[in-house]
Design a protein around this ligand. Structure first.
Ligand SMILES: *[C@@H]1O[C@H](CO)[C@@H](O)[C@H](O)[C@H]1NC(C)=O
Ligand SMILES: *[C@@H]1O[C@H](CO)[C@@H](O)[C@H](O)[C@H]1NC(C)=O
Ligand SMILES: *[C@@H]1O[C@H](CO)[C@@H](O)[C@H](O)[C@H]1NC(C)=O
Ligand SMILES: *[C@@H]1O[C@H](CO)[C@@H](O)[C@H](O)[C@H]1NC(C)=O
Length: 323
């Protein structure tokens, strides 16, 4: 009972505070590209077969940093189907300022870096970074992010599906809550990877939010790891480096939306904490998302493409790039 109660407090607070920073602006459908400029970058005309879930998905979007060595990162990312965020989000106690200048291509590590700027705790707005898929009608799929998080405390690194705060599938790493601590205040998230399928109401708490500790498994600030979720009608299955981190079967989103990667801080001690004193950088080595869409034009183009390819077999997708 005590455990349940504590978890409830933690989760309620966490989700309350999470809702504010991630309440995104609604914007126009940006995805208007036609079949001749499809987001698919391979010749898997009849889709992508995921052996673990025995599903075929029609579309594929990648993020391939080695093709980003361009003077204009926004333009280079746009070619790969990603939008760079440039807006200020009102938040408490500090606002989050998503800025294109907080995104960098690191030619040594060949990674895309999402930076939360370090600086004085007295700042009223924290420069942060975010990218999202142009494709905003993603419904079900297999979503894989090969990233390394920062060891600098005070940031929230998010890899997630988002339609609105009631339709969301999250992987979040809080750089202030990576390692076990013996002096953890009430309401502060437990250390580990934070896995949430929203919405969270009182009754969903135990099934749809959990924290898998890193300690004893791996250090997310050292080296790249593949964080993944598979989203089907029947549930969401999380895994890291090919090992299962749990399956959620209740309150699964059934609405199409976008994939978002961000790194932010609003100084709230019950979630992101911070703001960081030094730059806190999320490094992205690769992203691969295989998905279905509700976009009728895209579906028609896929059907025509598969027909043209004489209904060849779907490509079989390897389990993981790292593990
Ligand atoms: C995705 O679309 C393909 C092709 O239409 C279909 O066979 C498959 O069942 C769909 N998967 C899901 C999870 O809806
Ligand atoms: C970079 O590319 C974007 C989109 O293609 C364009 O709007 C912007 O003006 C470019 N910026 C610079 C500095 O060239
Ligand atoms: C860290 O805490 C988790 C529980 O939150 C526990 O399972 C794990 O064993 C702890 N690791 C260490 C190294 O103390
Ligand atoms: C997020 O910000 C933190 C702190 O600024 C940084 O250490 C980390 O690398 C960033 N994460 C990403 C994914 O850019």
């Amino acid at each position: 009972m005590f455990l349940y109660f504590t978890l409830l407090i933690v989760t309620t607070q966490a989700s309350l505070f999470k809702l504010t920073p991630k309440s995104r602006r609604t914007y126009q459908t940006l995805y208007t590209r036609d079949a001749s400029n499809s987001v698919s970058v391979t010749s898997c005309a009849c889709g992508y077969y995921i052996p673990e879930t025995k599903q075929i998905f029609t579309h594929h979007i990648t993020l391939n940093p080695s093709a980003l060595s361009s003077s204009n990162l926004t333009a280079a990312l746009s070619k790969q189907g990603w939008i760079v965020s440039d807006y200020q989000q009102t938040s408490t106690p500090k606002n989050i300022a998503y800025s294109p200048s907080n995104l960098k291509y690191n030619s040594n590590s060949k990674a895309l870096e999402l930076i939360v700027s370090g600086g004085l705790p007295t700042r009223s707005s924290i420069p942060s970074a975010e990218i999202s898929t142009m494709m905003d009608r993603i419904l079900y799929g297999s979503f894989r992010f090969n990233v390394k998080v920062s060891s600098v405390a005070g940031a929230c690194s998010g890899l997630f599906f988002y339609k609105d705060d009631n339709h969301e599938i999250d992987i979040e790493i809080l750089t202030s809550h990576i390692r076990n601590s013996t002096t953890q205040r009430d309401g502060v998230p437990k250390p580990g990877v934070q896995l949430t399928v929203q919405p969270l109401t009182k009754n969903q708490v135990l099934t749809n939010y959990k924290v898998v500790p890193f300690d004893g498994k791996f250090d997310p600030t050292k080296g790249y790891h593949e964080y993944r979720f598979d989203w089907l009608k029947t549930g969401v299955k999380y895994s890291v480096d090919g090992s299962s981190y749990g399956t959620y079967t209740r309150f699964i989103p059934k609405t199409a939306g976008q994939i978002i990667i961000n790194n932010w801080s609003n100084g709230n001690p019950y979630w992101s904490a911070g703001p960081p004193l030094q730059n806190s950088i999320l490094s992205v080595r690769s992203v691969d998302i295989y998905f279905n869409t509700t976009d009728a034009t895209q579906i028609a183009a896929w059907e025509a493409g598969c027909k043209k390819a004489s209904y060849k077999q779907a490509c079989t997708i390897p389990k993981s790039k790292t593990g």
